[in-house]
Write a protein that binds this ligand. Structure first.
Ligand code: GDP
Ligand code: IMO
Ligand code: MG
Length: 420
């Protein structure tokens, strides 16, 4: 049996916290796509930690954590993360497993990511510069190196071949930076990786399922960043949606039961691309400040705006969401008025559908206003004690999306979550 937790917006919905919260009910937590572009924040005994590639179940000693084949892995970042979790008492050599089919992010992938972004003018993707796009390009272009290739004698010669190919591309970009220190770090990390649990991920996870173990698939990024269904070309390079779980872990779709979709009570986006409900005023500024909306991976300020039910309904449809987890409700505590976008007006025509080429359209969000609850909600632990106005807001989402909001997160802490 497999359940899924994934983001319904443009990432940073609070997936890390939610995975950590649900992990006790599972035996395996598995990442199925993305790489160190992800930044998943957890609070463990009051200490903040940001995970990039290690699944967010790692702080539960009895859980298996799998990095699936759909992930692109940077060994340098991984070693840093391992050092962090080890300093917090985690025995990662025991409960972290890596699929041999996961692809490497090479130093040149990072350089190519940077070079390609530098070359773009005003239409920058605003990538995390972690080498994600180039690594997935090498995967689909049938060039990439996989974790299992480490065991081949030809690993270094394969690397050198790819390195030459990448150098030609870098020369075309006129990229001058010296990346030899990145390469030194890379090979050092690759050596360390040899002592990790590198497994045949698809047999590994299917054996777990056959034994009746419960698997939680942890999404990275968000549905609106999906390479097929997101706001292309302002997207990431993987399938962030439920379908990605099957290809990213090697499991059949009928194993998937619950799909928990995580959404903020408002909306954020980091990097370039369309964002119809973005606020450019003091309310947007207030949300950014109150919600500490700065990227967990890059530190960039996140763009903030009202919740977008057109995009959310679309994400529920594409993912088959069975339950919604609404996060950061507490961030709206002080606001006297909240707005909810139900439809888009495009050239005077109203639509409830996410349009093709969103970036080329002038989209005016059509809002309904709600009264804010204007009280501190962060210490409340039962649904009945939540402010009436917050419950009305939640009920409105239930009705509109036709998917129940089953949990409301009202603070970053492990215990700050209310069951509806
Ligand atoms: P992820 O990428 O989806 O895991 O989300 P991030 O960790 O990048 O960003 C979410 C941020 O919001 C983190 O700093 C979390 O600690 C924080 N957070 C998560 N849920 C809540 C919540 O309900 N209230 C508040 N105030 N903060 C939250
Ligand atoms: P988590 O898992 C928010 C965004 C980048 C950029 C675009 C492409 O923490 O929710 P990439 O480096 O993937 O090629 O960048 O996607 N992006 C994210 N935004 N949260 C993330 O991950 C993101 N991962 C990538 O800002 O706009
Ligand atoms: Mg994040």
């Amino acid at each position: 049996m497999v359940d899924v937790i994934l983001g319904l917006q443009w990432g940073d919905e609070g997936k890390g916290k939610i995975v950590d919260y649900f992990a006790p009910g599972y035996d395996v937590v598995a990442r199925f796509q993305g790489g160190p572009n992800a930044g998943h924040t957890l609070y463990v005994n009051g200490q903040k930690v940001v995970l990039h590639q290690i699944p967010s179940g790692i702080f539960h000693a009895d859980k298996i954590n799998l990095i699936g084949n759909g992930v692109v892995l940077d060994p340098v970042t991984l070693m840093k993360e391992c050092a962090t979790v080890a300093s917090m008492g985690v025995d990662y050599k025991k409960n972290l497993f890596i699929s041999q089919r996961a692809h490497f992010i090479l130093p040149t992938h990072r350089a190519l990511d940077k070079a390609s972004e530098l070359q773009k003018g005003t239409d920058k993707i605003g990538s995390t510069l972690k080498g994600i796009g180039p690594a997935y390009m090498d995967k689909t272009g049938r060039n990439g190196l996989r974790i299992g290739d480490l065991l081949d004698k030809s690993f270094t010669s394969q690397y050198i071949k790819l390195r030459l190919k990448h150098q030609r591309l870098l020369d075309n970009y006129n990229f001058q930076e010296d990346i030899s220190s990145w390469e030194d770090e890379f090979f050092e990390a690759v050596e360390m990786l040899r002592s990790f649990n590198i497994v045949n991920g698809e047999y590994f996870i299917n054996n777990q399922i056959a034994q009746g173990k419960r698997v939680l698939a942890e999404g990275a990024q968000g549905s609106m960043l999906d390479v097929d269904f997101g706001t292309f070309p302002f997207v990431t390079s993987s399938n962030t949606i439920t379908a990605g779980v099957c290809s990213g872990l090697g499991i059949a779709p009928q194993n998937i039961k619950e799909v928990f979709g995580v959404s903020k009570a408002y909306c954020t986006r980091v990097g370039g691309g369309p964002f119809p409900t973005e606020l450019h005023d003091e309310t947007g500024e207030l949300i950014r400040k109150t919600g500490s909306e700065f990227g967990s991976t890059t530190g960039r300020p996140r763009r903030c705006g009202w919740i977008d039910l057109v995009a959310l309904k679309f994400a529920c449809m594409i993912n088959g969401v069975t339950q919604i987890i609404m996060t950061k409700a507490d961030i709206l505590d002080a606001l006297p008025e909240l707005k909810v976008c139900h439809s888009y007006s495009i050239n005077g025509v109203e639509t409830n559908e996410v349009p093709f080429q969103m970036n080329k359209l002038d989209i005016v969000p059509v809002y309904e206003s709600f009264e804010g609850w204007q009280c501190d909600s962060s210490a409340i632990s039962t649904y009945e004690n939540l402010p009436v106005k917050m419950k009305e807001y939640v009920q409105h989402l239930n009705q509109h999306l036709q998917v129940p909001v089953t949990h409301i997160s009202n603070g970053p802490g492990r215990d700050q979550i209310v069951k509806a």
